[in-house]
Design a binder for this molecule. Structure first.
Ligand SMILES: Cc1cc2nc3c(=O)[nH]c(=O)nc-3n(C[C@H](O)[C@H](O)[C@H](O)COP(=O)(O)OP(=O)(O)OC[C@H]3O[C@@H](n4cnc5c(N)ncnc54)[C@H](O)[C@@H]3O)c2cc1C
Length: 480
C-alpha cells in the first residue's frame, strides 16, 4: 500500500490539479494537507482580507475532498517540520505539490525538496498556463514588454493545444481512518489556524462573495454568457459588472487559468479570438506576465525595476494624507469611491485601481510601496506578482510601465468612465444628490449647494501636485 502526501498551496481545487491527479495515479492512500506558516513570507502571509478568503476556500476544499472519501488536514508551523512529522507519523513514501513562483516560496521549496529527497518530491504546474521559463525571448532572456510576451504566448498555445488540456477531478479518494484529522501529530482544525481576523468586519466583506471551486466555475460561466462580448468597453466602466471578478478565485487556484482559457476557447485557437474574447484572454496572460516578472526580477516585489527611481524624492510627513487615502476621505470622489469599495468588498475595479494608485503616487507623492502594502492587506485577490506589477506600472518604475509623466486626472477619468456618477454615488452616498456635471468635482458646485454636502474639500490641488510630481521626475530623468 503506497501512501502519498498532497501539499495544497495556491491550488485549492480538485479539477485540473496535476499534483492531485499524479498522487491519485500513484498512491493507494492520500494525505492532503494545507500548512499555514506564519514565519515564512509565502502565500498565507498575505493580508487580512486575503486570509479571510483563504479560510472559506479551505473549508470548501475540505468538504469537496470529504465528499470523495478523502479529507484535508491543517497544520501550523514551519512547512518542512510539519511535512517531516507527517511523513514520520503516516509512513508516507511520496509527496506531490504544484509550484509557486515568488522568491520566498521558491527558496523554501528548494530546501524542502532537497531535505526530503528520499521521497523524490514531484512538483507540477498548477498555477499558470506557461511557467516563467517557458516563454522567453529568442536570446533566452525574460520579456520586459507585454505585447511581444503576449504574441509569443499565444503562438505557443496555438501550436501546443495540449497545454490547455484539463485533468478531471478524481472520482474517489482514499484516506485510511487512522490517518485522518487531528489524530496525526501536529494537525489542527481549520478554526485553529485562525485565518479569520478577530474583528467582525470580514463577515460583511465576505457576504459579497461565493468562495470555492464550484463558485469559481459558476462565476466564469456567468461572465462568459453575459459579459465577455462587451468586455472591451465594459471592463472600463466601474459602475457595471463588466469584468469576470475571477481574481481571488485565480489567486487561490480555485480555478486555473488553463480552465479559463479552455472554456473561453471552446476548441478555437487564441489567434481566432476577436473583440471582448481576445481582450479577456490578454488579461489572463497579463497575470502570467506578472509571474514571469517576479520570477526573473524578484527584487521588483518591493523595489523599482527602473533603478532611477531609487533616488526619487517622495514627499515627507505624509501620514495624514496616507490615512485619508486609505479611508476614502481625499475629497476626490472617484478616488474615495474606489477606496471605500475596496474596504467594504475586498475588491476594486481595475480602472479605479489605476486611478487611486496614480493619485497616491503622483498627487500625494507617496511611495508606491505604501499603497502596495495597503492593497496587500485589504484585497481578497492580493497577489504578490500582480500587485507589485500594478503598482510599478502606475508609478512608471516597472516593466512596460506607463510613462511617469502620464498622470491620471481623476476628474477626467471619472467623467469618461463613470459619466453619470453611478459608481461614485454607490460608494460615496454623501454625493447622491449632486448632478452629473459636478459629481467628479464637487468643489466647483455653487457655494450654497456645496455647503449642504458633508463631504471633505480636496486634500491637495490636483494641478499643482501634478506639476510637483513632474518636477520630481525631471530630477531623476537623466540619471542612471
Ligand atoms: C495598482 C494595482 C494593483 C493590483 N493588484 C492586484 C492584485 O493584488 N491581485 C490581482 O489579481 N490583480 C491585481 N491587479 C490587476 C487587476 O486590477 C485585477 O486583476 C482585476 O481588477 C481583477 O478583477 P477581475 O477578476 O474582474 O478582472 P478581469 O478584467 O475579469 O480579468 C480576468 C483576470 O485576468 C487577470 N488580470 C486582469 N487584469 C490584470 C492586470 N492588470 N494584471 C495582472 N492580471 C490581470 C486577473 O487574474 C483577472 O482575474 C492590480 C492592478 C493595479 C493597477
Amino acid at each position: 500500500m503506497t501512501t502519498g502526501i498532497v501539499w495544497f498551496r495556491q491550488d485549492l481545487r480538485l479539477t485540473d490539479n496535476p499534483a492531485l491527479s499524479a498522487a491519485c495515479r500513484q498512491c493507494d492512500h492520500l494525505l492532503c494537507i494545507f500548512i499555514d506558516d506564519p514565519a515564512e513570507r509565502t502565500v498565507s502571509q498575505l493580508g487580512s482580507a486575503s486570509r479571510a478568503w483563504l479560510h472559506h476556500s479551505l473549508a470548501s476544499l475540505q468538504i469537496s475532498l470529504q465528499q470523495k472519501g478523502g479529507d484535508l488536514l491543517f497544520a501550523q508551523g514551519k512547512s518542512l517540520s510539519v511535512l517531516e512529522n507527517l511523513i514520520d507519523s503516516s509512513g508516507a513514501t511520496r509527496i506531490f505539490w504544484n509550484r509557486c513562483y515568488d522568491p520566498d516560496t521558491i527558496k523554501r521549496d528548494k530546501l524542502i525538496k532537497s531535505t526530503l529527497h528520499a521521497l523524490e518530491p514531484q512538483t507540477f504546474n498548477g498555477l499558470l498556463v506557461l511557467e516563467p521559463w517557458e516563454n522567453l525571448k529568442g536570446d533566452g532572456t525574460a520579456y520586459r514588454v507585454y505585447t511581444p510576451y503576449w504574441r509569443a504566448a499565444a503562438r505557443q498555445l496555438d501550436d501546443e493545444p495540449q497545454r490547455l488540456k484539463i485533468a478531471r477531478a478524481p472520482r474517489v479518494l482514499s484516506t485510511p481512518k487512522a490517518l485522518t484529522g487531528q489524530s496525526l501529530r501536529g494537525c489542527v482544525t481549520l478554526q485553529q489556524l485562525q485565518l479569520l481576523p478577530t474583528e467582525q468586519w470580514h463577515d460583511a466583506m465576505m457576504a459579497n462573495w461565493k468562495v470555492g471551486e464550484s463558485a469559481a466555475r459558476l462565476q466564469l460561466d456567468r461572465f462568459l454568457k453575459r459579459a465577455v462580448d462587451d468586455y472591451g468597453t465594459g471592463r472600463n466602466l466601474p459602475a457595471i459588472a463588466g469584468t469576470s471578478q475571477l481574481s481571488p478565485h485565480l489567486h487561490y487556484g480555485e480555478i486555473s487559468p488553463r480552465q479559463v482559457l479552455h472554456r473561453l476557447l471552446r476548441g478555437r485557437a487564441l489567434s481566432q479570438l476577436t473583440g471582448g474574447e481576445e481582450t479577456f484572454a490578454k488579461e489572463i496572460v497579463w497575470r502570467e506576465f506578472a509571474y514571469s516578472l517576479i520570477y526573473h526580477f524578484p527584487h521588483t516585489i518591493d523595489k523599482p525595476l527602473d533603478e532611477r527611481f531609487r533616488a526619487f524624492k517622495w514627499a515627507s510627513g505624509t501620514a495624514q494624507h496616507l490615512k485619508a487615502w486609505q479611508q476614502g476621505r481625499t475629497g476626490v470622489p472617484i478616488v474615495d469611491a474606489g477606496m471605500r469599495e475596496l474596504y467594504a468588498t475586498g475588491w476594486m475595479h481595475n480602472r479605479v485601481r489605476m486611478i487611486v494608485a496614480s493619485y497616491l503616487i503622483k498627487n500625494l507623492l507617496i511611495r508606491w510601496q505604501s499603497g502596495e502594502r495597503w492593497f496587500r492587506d485589504t484585497l481578497v485577490d492580493a497577489d504578490i506578482a500582480s500587485n507589485a506589477m500594478g503598482w510599478q506600472w502606475t508609478a512608471g518604475s516597472g516593466a512596460d510601465a506607463a510613462p511617469f509623466f502620464r498622470v491620471f486626472n481623476p476628474v477626467l477619468q471619472g467623467e469618461k468612465f463613470d459619466q453619470q456618477g453611478a459608481y461614485v454615488k454607490r460608494w460615496v452616498p454623501e454625493l447622491v444628490s449632486v448632478a452629473p456635471k459636478f459629481i467628479h468635482k464637487p468643489w466647483e458646485l455653487p457655494a450654497h449647494e456645496r455647503d449642504l454636502i458633508d463631504y471633505p474639500a480636496p486634500l491637495v490641488d490636483l494641478k499643482q501636485t501634478r506639476l510637483r510630481a513632474l518636477d520630481a521626475f525631471s530630477a531623476i530623468k537623466g540619471t542612471k
